[in-house]
Write a protein that binds this ligand. Structure first.
Ligand code: UGA
Length: 436
């Protein structure tokens, strides 16, 4: 099948790559000329495990092309919209980019084409897209089809999530549209039919927000219990195993820590809360989850301040982890970056390390002085007073403990609860987690 993907961010690039791996012919379109030039030279704008290999192979075999031309992209009749929908100041999802796409498509789209929205969009966007084209082509029979197909991939495991999905949500009212969606997804995995869940466009749109909000709620809930554990002397790891062994609860997204960041959860929860407010649905769990998550950084920061008191200003602190989560170089809404911004005003010097996000972190922290980036985690540790772990990279969970002993204050603040406190204590290293 011939497919066009509009947008080469995380969702669009991964979708295009994976559809081409499944054998489809894909044109990936972006209006960012620099990005498309880079992709045509096989330079990826993001780090995502496994992505470069797939793109390189499909590109060389000519199943994946990159273009800035809507005319070229609209040769195909199956078109996925994968552009970003960032937050406006009031929390509402900003559909400016999506509307630009619709205007450009209106010039070249062919009769009988099917438009599939993968971007996370507010409920009602599908209806808006349909009425946009109905108005544009009021005097012309176009027979366009519309579908909502929200994406559930996680950064860091996006390729795997796309190729081995737990479910594929299809919001589509016509049987022909559903059939096309089956033809698109079938080559990825023969058993994928069992994973396709059909519903209305509005339900599909809301499902995406509901899924992200539910996962974020689990995180904020476990963070709340972790704070209580600190107060009463319980251990959040033990409580997690008690909760997680109940299949009604499940053991995922129960890791306490600095809270959730990234380009999805904060943005999508804000958009969902905006929608709730619009319909006067208060009180709101979503609002509380956002507030709890925002306060989590302060809770951790206060632990550090409480430990050091006034002497914090003489301290050199090593940071491991700058990305918002492991296996990505994405620092958007990263808790690590927020904490660095807060602490930089209070301490003498910061020594920072991330396996892949140093470059992006350097850009967002360019206004700070008295910070330094390192290419090796133990070089960053050298001559530091204490260590803060801010991202749960697996690499950090099994450190060389003898090297940790070189920390001047023999002190660790583990913002992701990934180290073993008992083991560190054997080396006389003081351990501070969240709820453990
Ligand atoms: C999230 C969802 O998990 C995806 O299903 C969804 O498709 C995506 O948003 C999106 O809307 O596009 P992502 O933001 O890539 O994916 O990352 P997650 O793995 O969900 O992690 C989000 C944040 O929660 C990270 O900062 C992570 O450190 C934090 N987290 C996660 C915790 O603090 N505790 C946990 O137990 C799990």
């Amino acid at each position: 099948m011939d497919i066009t993907i509009i947008g080469t961010g995380y969702v669009g690039l991964v979708a295009g790559a994976c559809f081409s791996k499944a054998g489809h012919n894909v044109i990936s379109l972006d209006t960012n000329v620099e990005r498309i030039n880079g992709l045509n030279n096989l330079e990826l704008p993001i780090f995502e495990p496994g992505l470069k290999n797939i793109i390189t192979k499909s590109f060389k075999e000519k199943r994946l092309k990159f273009s800035t031309s809507y005319k070229q992209a609209c040769v195909n009749k199956v078109i996925f919209i994968c552009v970003d929908t960032p937050s406006k100041k009031n929390g509402e999802a900003d559909l400016t980019n999506l509307k630009k796409v619709l205007n450009s498509l209106a010039e070249f789209i062919q009769p009988g084409a099917m438009l599939i929205t993968k971007s996370t969009v507010p409920v009602g966007t599908g209806k808006f897209i349909k009425s946009f084209f109905d108005n544009k082509f009021a005097n012309r029979e176009m027979n366009l089809r519309f579908c909502s197909n929200p994406e559930f991939l996680r950064e860091g495991s996006a390729v795997r999530d796309f190729l081995k999905p737990e479910r594929i949500i299809i919001g589509c009212d016509s049987p022909q549209g559903r059939k096309i969606m089956e033809e698109i997804y079938h080559p990825i995995d023969k058993k994928i039919f069992n994973k396709m869940i059909y519903m209305s466009v509005s339900s599909a749109e809301l499902s995406k927000y509901a899924a992200n909000a539910f996962l974020a709620t689990k995180i904020s809930f476990v963070n709340e219990i972790a704070k209580l554990s600190d107060k009463v002397g319980a251990n959040i790891h033990e409580i997690k195993s008690a909760l997680g062994s109940d299949s009604r609860i499940g053991d995922q997204f129960l890791n306490a820590g600095l809270g959730f960041g990234g380009s999805c959860f904060p943005k999508d929860l804000n958009a969902l809360y905006y929608l709730e407010k619009k319909f006067k649905l208060e009180p709101s769990i979503v609002k509380t989850v956002l507030a709890l998550n925002n306060s989590q950084i302060d809770y951790f920061y206060n632990k550090i301040k409480k430990h050091y008191g006034r002497s914090l200003k003489n301290k050199t602190i090593c940071f491991w982890g700058l990305s918002f989560k492991p296996n990505t170089d994405d620092v958007r809404d990263s808790m690590a970056i927020s904490l660095i911004n807060k602490l930089s005003k209070e301490v003498k010097y910061l020594r920072l390390y991330d396996p892949v996000a140093n470059k992006n972190a350097k850009m967002v922290l360019s206004s700070l002085s008295d910070i330094e980036f390192f290419e090796n985690m133990y070089d960053a540790l050298h001559s530091s007073d204490c260590l803060i772990i801010a991202t749960e990279w697996e690499l950090f969970s099994k450190p060389d403990i003898k090297k940790l002993s070189f920390l001047k204050d023999k002190l660790i603040f583990d913002g992701r609860n990934i180290l073993d406190a008992d083991q560190l204590n054997k080396y006389n290293i003081i351990y501070n987690g969240i709820g453990c």
